[in-house]
Design a protein around this ligand. Structure first.
Ligand SMILES: [Mg+2]
Length: 284
C-alpha cells in the first residue's frame, strides 16, 4: 500500500489547473478596451441611473475599491437594475475590433496538457467575444463568469427609478463618517471576495493548492493567495505581496514558469515510453 502511495505521488504533476482572468490579463491593458469600459460604466450611471455627473468619478473609485466591481457596488448602495441590461450597455458597445488574434499565446496554451479555466467578473457574452477575437476560444476547458456565480435570476426592469429612492450615500460615508455607519453588503458575488473565489473553485472542482491563478489585479491576486492559490500577477514585472510571480505580459509565461512545460514533457515521456518511464520515476 505504501508503495502504491509513493507510486501515485511520483506520477502526480505539481499543478493540475491554470486559472486565468480575462480582461487585461490575456491581452494588454492599453488595448483600449479598459478605458472604453470605464467610460460606458460612467455613461450607464448617468443615463440609466440618473446619478449626477460630477459625482461619478469619486463614486466609481469608491465602488470599485470596496466592492470589487462598480456594478456590485451600485447594487450594494441600493440601485436596482437588470444585470443583462447593464452588461449589454457596458460591454455591448466595446471596440472589440481592437483585439487581434494572438497565435503566440494560443500555441503556448495548446502545448500545455493541463486544465485551463477562465475566471472573469464579466458576463458570458463578453467573455466569449474576447476569446473569439483573440483566437483562443478553444484553449480553455470552461469559463467561470458573472452568471456562474450569480445564477439567481435578476428580474428587475432595465432600470427601475422607484428603486432609487433609498440610496446609501457612499460619498458622504467616506467624507463625513458617521458613528456606526456601515457599508451595505452587495448581493453580487465577484472577485476579489474570497467567498466568491472559493465558491468558483468549488463549482469548477479546482484545488487551490494545485492551481496557478493569473490576474492583472493586485487585490484579486492577494485574495487568490489567501485562499491557497499559487499566484501570477500579469501586466507588471514588479512582484507585489501575495504574488508568487509577476509577468510584464502573459507571453512571458513560459520563461517565468518553465516547470509547467518540463512537467508536460515528462508526462509526454510517460505516455509514450509507458511502463519503463513510470518505473524509472518511482525508483528515482
Ligand atoms: Mg482583469
Amino acid at each position: 500500500m505504501e508503495f502504491e502511495g509513493r507510486y501515485r505521488q511520483a506520477q502526480r504533476p505539481k499543478y493540475e489547473c491554470l486559472l486565468f482572468d480575462l480582461d487585461d490579463t490575456l491581452y494588454p491593458y492599453n488595448s483600449g478596451i479598459a478605458s472604453q469600459c470605464r467610460k460606458n460604466i460612467e455613461d450607464y450611471m448617468v443615463e440609466k441611473l440618473g446619478i449626477e455627473e460630477s459625482k461619478i468619478p469619486d463614486m466609481c473609485n469608491l465602488l470599485y475599491k470596496y466592492y470589487g466591481t462598480t456594478m456590485a457596488g451600485l447594487r450594494a448602495i441600493g440601485y436596482n437594475f437588470n444585470y443583462d441590461d447593464y452588461h449589454s450597455f457596458v460591454h455591448g458597445r466595446l471596440p472589440y475590433d481592437k483585439l487581434k488574434p494572438d497565435p503566440v499565446l494560443r500555441h503556448l496554451l495548446l502545448n500545455l496538457p493541463i486544465r485551463k479555466v477562465i475566471f472573469t467578473n464579466a458576463d458570458k457574452i463578453h467573455a466569449a467575444k474576447v476569446l473569439n477575437k483573440l483566437g483562443l476560444e478553444d484553449c480553455f476547458e470552461g469559463i467561470i463568469c458573472f452568471e456562474t456565480l450569480n445564477a439567481q435570476s435578476n428580474s428587475s426592469s432595465p432600470c427601475d427609478p422607484t428603486a432609487a429612492t433609498n440610496i446609501f450615500n457612499i460619498l458622504e460615508h467616506f467624507s463625513q463618517p458617521a458613528a456606526g455607519s456601515e457599508l451595505p453588503k452587495t448581493p453580487i458575488q465577484c472577485k476579489p471576495s474570497m467567498d466568491a473565489m472559493e465558491h468558483a473553485l468549488r463549482i469548477a472542482n479546482i484545488s487551490p493548492q494545485r492551481s496557478i491563478f493569473f490576474d492583472d489585479s493586485v487585490r484579486n491576486i492577494q485574495s487568490g493567495k489567501s485562499i491557497g492559490l499559487h499566484t501570477v500577477l500579469v501586466g507588471n514585472s514588479h512582484r507585489v505581496k501575495g504574488a508568487d510571480h509577476a509577468l510584464e505580459s502573459i507571453h512571458n509565461i513560459k520563461e517565468a514558469l518553465p516547470e509547467l512545460w518540463e512537467e508536460a514533457e515528462k508526462s509526454e515521456d510517460v505516455r509514450y515510453k509507458g511502463k519503463v518511464a513510470i518505473e524509472t520515476s518511482v525508483t528515482a
